[in-house]
Design a protein around this ligand. Structure first.
Ligand SMILES: NC(=O)c1ccc[n+]([C@@H]2O[C@H](COP(=O)([O-])OP(=O)(O)OC[C@H]3O[C@@H](n4cnc5c(N)ncnc54)[C@H](OP(=O)(O)O)[C@@H]3O)[C@@H](O)[C@H]2O)c1
Length: 246
């Protein structure tokens, strides 16, 4: 897996205590090819593996981003897998809207901050580790509902808009990063409906065979990124390796 990355490559996984993020850390550790995983979460991550560095940091804040930059020290990074994202957040009054009158500008700003601005700020603080001449993959979790072309059902204004903004920011960054590192691959990914705390309140009408385990999704997404080349940079894919329209 990820054979085109150097032997003992370095990865950063954000949202490492989230459903998909945690499964990704474990799936990466299944490979003997990986040298180091910096697992970033607001809470320490307990994994008994010498290749894991647990970094307790909130990357939605400047101090959290600074802590991550200090940990990587500008050394080459070969995989950045961002899984941070919200759909609902009681603390900030965020619930996916069904109707126009439920739209709240403060909740919208919070969702945009976590889902769109934070992934781009990650690239900004890690730029020294991404640029150069080494192979590097940036994979950031989006959602199919962020596709404007695919929006047939409406609703979920803030979440949809934040993922559409996420995709535009990643696409734009892929162009700049392509100039700074010819081997860079920047990808937006849709994991499919996955059994995590994010989807939990909305699972009732999801058929059982369409609700994936985090382990299955982590393994599927690693296969998808494994098949991409620098020519694919700035593109949007689902868990099955099918491209998604913007
Ligand atoms: N589950 C699905 O069906 C589904 C479908 C489509 C897209 N996605 C996308 O996949 C990504 C991962 O989702 P998931 O299902 O694994 O959800 P999850 O279990 O809730 O994990 C998301 C993680 O994001 C981080 N996070 C959330 N709110 C934050 C905040 N305010 N400040 C800082 N960090 C915060 C947390 O990481 P730590 O706890 O480690 O700090 C959290 O565990 C998200 O971007 C989501 O939009 C999920």
């Amino acid at each position: 897996m990820l054979d085109h990355l150097p032997e003992k490559f370095t990865a950063v996984v954000t949202g490492a205590n989230g459903g998909i993020g945690h499964a990704l850390v474990k799936a990466l550790l299944d490979s003997t090819h990986i040298g180091r995983v910096i697992a970033v979460s607001r809470r320490d991550i307990a994994l008994d593996d010498a290749r894991v560095t647990s970094l307790a940091a909130d990357i939605t804040t400047q101090s959290g981003l600074d802590a991550l930059a200090a940990e990587t020290e500008g050394r080459p990074l070969h995989l950045l897998f961002n899984t941070v994202g919200i759909l609902h957040d009681d603390e900030h009054g965020v619930q996916p809207e069904k109707r126009l009158e439920q739209f709240d500008v403060d909740a919208f700003a919070h969702v945009m901050h976590v889902n769109a601005a934070t992934p781009l700020r990650l690239l900004s603080v890690l730029n020294d580790s991404l640029k150069g001449s080494h192979p590097t993959i940036v994979a950031s979790l989006s959602a199919r509902v962020g596709s404007i072309g695919d929006n047939g059902f409406g609703g979920w204004y803030s979440y949809r808009a934040s993922k559409a903004a996420h995709n535009m920011l990643m696409k734009t960054a892929s162009i700049e990063l392509g100039r700074l590192n010819k081997q860079a691959i920047v990808l937006c990914l849709h994991p499919g409906t996955t059994d995590t705390s994010l989807s939990e309140p909305f699972q009732a009408r999801v058929p059982q065979d369409k609700l994936f385990t985090p382990t299955f999704v982590a393994e599927s997404l690693l296969k998808v990124i494994d098949q991409r080349t620098p020519e694919d940079t700035g593109s949007f894919w689902d868990w099955a390796g099918e491209p998604i329209e913007w």
